[in-house]
Design a protein around this ligand. Structure first.
Ligand SMILES: Cc1cc2nc3c(=O)[nH]c(=O)nc-3n(C[C@H](O)[C@H](O)[C@H](O)COP(=O)(O)OP(=O)(O)OC[C@H]3O[C@@H](n4cnc5c(N)ncnc54)[C@H](O)[C@@H]3O)c2cc1C
Length: 413
């Protein structure tokens, strides 16, 4: 562990008293990747009183990239505990309901979501970049701007007698930046599973875009139209557009595209050809939504293969562990990509605050989150050949209950 700690006068009253834990030592934590999971972890650690935290991010700047993302109540409750509910509601839409339609536009199923369904926290639909921006600003406020180090690509992780380390490379110049030691490193799956090969593609491609348009259905609705091999998911994601009387509409088309074609590149910013998505959805013109017009209205359409990996046997490598997509890449369906990463972050921070050692915290985290995430995913997108390996998978995890992070446990600290 690093040098001696002194109590931080700014620490919240429930924070971990450093001077009484782990012999009064500062715990130095290196997080690989400043995405949704990495930023939430940095914030959750600061919230738990662990402030010697560095986030190493490959990208040269933290850009607000992506399109739409959904954070269900169990993810929102964790972010609310970290003080972000007002910021989320100022940017995103508290989604009110979800409706399923056939490819002919016939209504099949309708149910309330979030607060309307009786949860204590809303379900929030938001631009992924805006969510990242909210988290990034909160991390800077809680730690400091230089704790998020961009252009710092982690080329490898390992551990020796002194503890774990990260090997850093300048992503822009390619220059080596050397090795940094820490007490805990979070990230880099390949170091432990080097022979995994490419991710598993289910033969479907996701075409994604955002379009400014008129509010549809109730104005805060989440709609699923079509069936498992040709489906459009669509929902509004911007509060400021709603306030102006229009809607920033996120849409994602799921299209079966494996007819002899290779898997599309696994890059979130890879642009698609408009005709590849317009063709399959040409007949999706309904009284509540004109899908071809929606697609044509997007400035750019991205494509991404629907990939995941089977659950790992362990995330517990002593003082190195995994989180978010590095630990459990899953189909971006069922609103779980972001929320499961958020839950990972909160549980890891909580266990670090409560357990007697880093190793015990990593073991406790692995014991809770690995079994939980291995049952979550879009089972209807899973190829037949892999269904047996995933018995018990649920499409969407809609956990109720108390927050899993530190504040919910403050009375026990
Ligand atoms: C640019 C981008 C756009 C996305 N857009 C959407 C979207 O529109 N809708 C959606 O549902 N999901 C989107 N996702 C995925 C979504 O954010 C994640 O599935 C989910 O939030 C889980 O979070 P995560 O932190 O595990 O992964 P991510 O949010 O993907 O973050 C991982 C971060 O780690 C960085 N990184 C990776 N390897 C290294 C390394 N070796 N060294 C240093 N840094 C590294 C990446 O640059 C990235 O910033 C997007 C991801 C990215 C990177």
């Amino acid at each position: 562990m690093g040098g001696q700690a002194k109590d931080d006068g700014n620490a919240a009253p429930w924070a971990v008293p450093w001077s009484t834990r782990w012999g009064g030592c500062v715990v130095k934590i290196a997080i690989v990747g400043g995405g949704i999971g990495g930023m939430t972890l940095a914030l959750a650690l600061a919230d738990a009183g662990l402030r010697d935290v560095d986030v190493y991010e490959s990208a040269s700047v933290i850009r607000e990239l992506g399109v739409g993302i959904n954070v269900p109540p169990h993810g929102v409750r964790e972010l609310a505990e970290l003080g972000l509910l007002d910021a989320l509601l100022a940017e995103g839409i508290p989604t009110a309901d979800e409706t399923y339609y056939s490819k002919h536009g016939q209504r099949i199923w309708h149910e309330p979501l979030g607060l309307a369904a009786g949860y204590r926290w809303p379900q929030i639909s938001i631009h992924r970049g805006r969510l990242l921006g909210i988290l990034h600003r909160a991390v800077i406020d809680a730690l400091s701007p230089d704790r998020v180090q961009t252009s710092h690509h982690v080329a490898g992780v390992g551990q020796d007698g002194r503890g774990p380390w990260c090997e850093l490379v300048d992503r822009t110049s390619g220059a080596p930046l050397g090795r940094v030691g820490a007490d805990l490193v979070v990230g880099v799956r390949r170091a432990f599973y080097p022979d995994e090969g490419p991710p598993l593609w289910n033969g479907r491609t996701l075409f994604r875009g955002v379009t400014v348009g008129a509010p549809f259905l109730g104005g805060r609705s989440f709609a699923n139209i079509g069936h498992s091999s040709l489906r459009l998911v669509v929902y509004p994601i911007s509060r400021s557009h709603e306030d102006r009387g229009d809607a920033l509409i996120y849409w994602v088309g799921h299209v079966a595209t494996d007819d002899g074609r290779p898997m599309p590149p696994q890059e979130w910013t890879y642009a698609a050809r408009l005709e590849d998505v317009l063709g399959p959805f040409a007949s999706f013109r309904f009284d509540f939504l004109d899908v071809p017009a929606l697609i044509k209205g997007a400035e750019v359409v991205y494509q991404y293969p629907m990939v995941d990996r089977d659950p790992l046997p362990t995330w517990d490598f002593g003082r190195i562990t995994l989180l978010g997509d590095a630990a459990h890449p899953m189909y971006p369906m069922g609103a779980n990509g972001a929320s499961q990463a958020i839950l990972d972050a909160r549980v890891l921070a909580r266990e670090l605050a409560l357990q007697p050692s880093i190793e015990a915290a990593v073991t406790a985290y692995d014991g809770q989150r690995r079994p939980a995430t291995s049952t979550v995913g879009g089972s209807d997108g899973l190829p037949e050949s892999r269904r047996g390996a995933r018995t018990g998978r649920v499409h969407q995890s809609r956990e109720r209950g108390e927050p899993t992070g530190v504040r919910g446990d403050r009375d026990r600290l």
